[in-house]
Design a protein around this ligand. Sequence first.
Ligand code: DX5
Ligand code: ZN
Length: 229
Amino acid sequence: MNKISRKVPFIAPSILSADFGNIRNEIKRIHDAGARWFHFDVMDGAFVPPITFGAELVKSVRKDFEAYFDVHLMIHNPDQHIAAFKDAGADMISVHYETCQHLHYVVDQIHNHDMDAGVVINPATPVSVLSDVVALVDLILIMSVNPGWGGQRFIEQTYQKISELKQLLAFKQTQPLIQVDGGVSAANAARLTASGAQVLVAGSTIYKADDPVAAYHELSGKITRPITA
Ligand code: DX5
Ligand code: ZN
């Protein structure tokens, strides 16, 4: 298992908008550009309308890359799939608060399988529901679009939610990574990291660009420069 990175902030490319027929090369060119954290969006056609892929895809590319694999499960009953993603080589599984009747139990199961655990909230779900789980997890993911599709418009309320999450983490004296997913672009990356986002998932901004490598570098450049007021 790869170790979670604390060298923040950084860009986590999402392969959702990549060409699945050429997935190994799609990952390789951004890995060659320097990315060491990849985000895999698993959708079941039930919790969210689209169906993407499962553990077999993660497994098929695992051995080719020295990188942290973060699996974002947009599926019902995520606890039934933890062992399969562990077997596939996932380093982290993130589950939606909205899909877990027994969230504490699911987080425990992920840790028992020797993976990092993340919890995700939808745009309409308040940060406050995370109060009793923030101290147990490795990452909190704030969705900045409604889950299910790449290429959607960034929801501006996200900045406020990051700020609320930071307050909650300070109050609980715990420091899971803060990840944001959806609509991340060169236009908002700097403000997101200045607000406290540490892992910025980016799908279409990279993979739908004419030059994905240049787009990855442009995004990374936005968040590594010092932020001036
Ligand atoms: C959406 C997914 C995202 C998606 C983001 O449900 O969770 O990870 O890849 O895509 P962009 O960056 O295009 O908004
Ligand atoms: Zn995602």
